[in-house]
Design a protein around this ligand. Sequence first.
Ligand SMILES: [Cu+2]
Length: 385
Amino acid sequence: MTSLLVIIVLVLLAVAIWQLTKIFDLTQVGNSSTNDSQIANDNDNNVQGYLMFGFLAFIYIFTIYGLIRWGDLPLHTPASEHGSDVDTLMNITWVLIFIVQAVTQVLLHFFAFKYRGKKDQKATFFADNNKLEAIWSSIPAVVLAGLILYGLYAWNNIMFVDEDEDVIVIELYAQQFKWTARYAGADNVLGKANVRLIDGVNAVGMDLSDPNAQDDFVTSELHIPKGKKVLFKLRSQDVLHSAYMPHFRAQMNCVPGMVTQFAFTPVYTTAEYRELPFMVEKVSRINELRTKKSADLVAAGNTALDPYTFDYLLLCNKICGASHYNMQMKIVVDTPEEYKAWLSDKVALVKEVKASNEPAPAADGSASDSIAVSSDTVASKVAMK
Ligand SMILES: [Cu+2]
């Protein structure tokens, strides 16, 4: 409501200023000392010409200011094997954009100034110049073709997964608004799944009768071992989501009705990444801000903020609904030993479903009706598949 009032006030203020300018213009009519001609004179053209330079200066000053002020915000050291390839491609693109922008903006504004309107001066007219056209078409074409070819080469390298290679297969299941990870278990083959089979504990719609599904298990925290290639199979239950793991330079859409994939090899464990000098500095800066904020909070009678510790994250990078901003899952990169230990106590989803369908021991020893019905539904759905 307050913002609506502010908008109304601003609109009324703009209307008032507009009306005042009109009144001012009307008071000037017939005044011989002012030039009320609608045609630009040399003075007007000079002012416009210098304003062009002013705007050019603004572009450069703001660009340099932005680089100094926010230059440390982009992602730092990549945490995956292919990450440096993505960064190199990105940096080359930035440098090219920067050079092109610096040169073309200077030319654009300089010529706008040089050929500003002058009394009694007429512009030269010529219909076309083939040489010029050839130059300004072929240079961008060659540069862009080079960039695209290099990009395709890098992309194909990143996306290529050797089927015979020893990779860990993990499914990332997206839904509004959370992620679930399904591990393929000892056989490293994911059991079939279908959205129609979603039922209670079986929230990822796994086909419980599939032999490959018997050892699959699901978690709400993603653990992967350092130095081993992980192949992510991505599915979505409802709308388009996008699995985004910024520190690993990995992103792929999750599309309802199909399975997409992305693979990478993590090169730093979470503990190692936390110890990298840039990260130590970043975390201490965040915690400085948090300490300041906490002091204000405590003074106002609220609880202080917890200190921040770095964790890798899986985020959703498609605006998929109201709580999209909070659709995330923690990723932990373990040493191979830690990963093995973490795997050891995981319970297969099939067992979890069975346990949830087991009749709760009632006081008289008989199973309750509602649980029996739900158990039938699972059985019939599995049979249907
Ligand atoms: Cu999403």
